[in-house]
Ligand binder design. Structure first.
Ligand SMILES: NCc1[nH]cc(CCC(=O)O)c1CC(=O)O
Ligand SMILES: [Mg+2]
Length: 353
């Protein structure tokens, strides 16, 4: 039987218990359960809290007008045309979500081997940034920097003879970051995992006068199966040849994550990110403890899909699983979370007040 609304474990077999007299009390001085006896008591000793200030909401942009298309593997998530994304930005602003993140679904005809569309100042992301900033200048806008939404092969960088070129890719990423900054983006978030890209982007931003544009580095980004639904959403799932293991990190490593984060901080990152989220909470904790930097976690598409699918099947209480998963990031030391649940979580937090 599906347990939609989880019952406290002690309720489950209550019918079976036969109470024959009261057993003698245990001689316990310390009873940790005392601090859990009522909601007010639990609130009083609660160590971590999730607030709306912790949320960054990722949104997908698609060509068109008044268009919202569903993403099969991400129930509840849609690709939005520019006019519609402004409506979601409005929803974010009303919910007090501090920041939204933009990802494009690029028309296949605009994708090429070099990801040229990434540097087009009129590309979907740049259009969306301008439209959002015009109506809601006070909401933070984060733009992902990587070539995968724009390349015909679905990789984050340029390829030659099957190899991803590092330095040549960085040169393109710098141009991509500059067109996004020119469009009004507040936070540049390189997700490509090329070496040296944070420093190169920082230098270019500064030389162009974008001294206040922040960089949130996807510093410890792992080669993960949990990105599957995202690649559906941006339309690179079918075209991607091979995998990303020559640039994204091996999921077995954590020391390496610290070295990656250290480099990105030295190169000028204002904030660092660990990605994916839940399977890498240990990395979040180590990064936070080691560097004391603003540290973010990305609860990625696959994590969202797992919770949404199980909830839609009636196998878990989706709302509670969502809140529990988001609180876990806070417990691990994250200052904030990129999550597709952002609007639902913000709505729930509002009701709880
Ligand atoms: N480089 C692009 C990028 N930026 C964010 C994600 C994944 C986000 C998600 O799964 O929700 C990816 C996919 C990838 O690296 O293949
Ligand atoms: Mg790096």
């Amino acid at each position: 039987m599906a347990i939609k609304f989880g019952r406290p474990i002690e309720m489950r077999d209550i019918a079976r218990t036969t109470t024959t007299g009261t057993p003698p009390a245990l001689d316990l001085t310390i009873r940790p359960r005392r601090n859990r006896k009522a909601e007010w008591a639990r609130r009083l000793v609660r160590e971590n809290v999730l607030t709306t200030d912790d949320l960054i909401w990722p949104l997908f942009v698609v060509q068109g007008n008044r268009t919202r298309t569903t993403v099969a593997s991400m129930p509840g998530v849609e690709r939005l045309s520019v006019d519609e994304i402004v409506r979601d930005a409005e929803r974010a602003a009303k919910l007090d979500i501090p920041c939204i993140a933009l990802f494009p679904y690029t028309e296949p005809s605009l994708r090429d081997e070099h990801g040229s569309e990434a540097c087009n100042p009129e590309n979907l992301v740049c259009q969306a940034v301008r439209a959002i900033k015009k109506e809601f200048p006070d909401i933070g806008v984060l733009c992902d920097v990587a070539l995968d939404p724009f390349t015909s092969h679905g990789h984050d960088g340029l390829i030659q003879n099957g190899r991803i070129l590092n330095d040549e890719t960085v040169a393109v990423l710098v141009r991509q970051a500059l067109v996004q900054a020119e469009a009004g983006c507040d936070i540049i978030a390189p997700s490509d995992m090329m070496d040296g890209r944070v420093g190169a982007i920082r230098q270019a931003l500064d030389q162009s006068g974008f001294l206040d544009v922040q960089i949130m580095a996807y510093a410890a980004k792992y080669a993960s199966a949990f990105y599957g639904p995202f690649r559906d959403a941006i339309g690179s799932a079918k075209t991607l040849t091979g995998d990303k293991r020559t640039y994204q990190m091996d999921s077995a490593n954590t020391d390496e994550a610290l070295r990656e984060v250290e480099l990105d901080i030295a190169e000028g990152a204002d904030m660092v990110m660990v990605k994916p989220g839940m399977p890498y909470l240990d990395v979040v904790r180590r990064v936070k403890d080691t560097f004391s930097m603003p540290t973010f976690a990305y609860q990625v598409s696959g994590e969202y899909a797992m919770i949404a699918a199980a909830a839609n099947n009636g196998w878990i209480d989706g709302e509670r699983a969502m809140m529990e998963s988001l609180l876990a990031f806070k417990r691990a030391g994250a200052d904030g979370v990129l999550t597709y649940f952002a609007p639902q979580a913000a709505e729930r937090l509002r009701q709880q007040r």
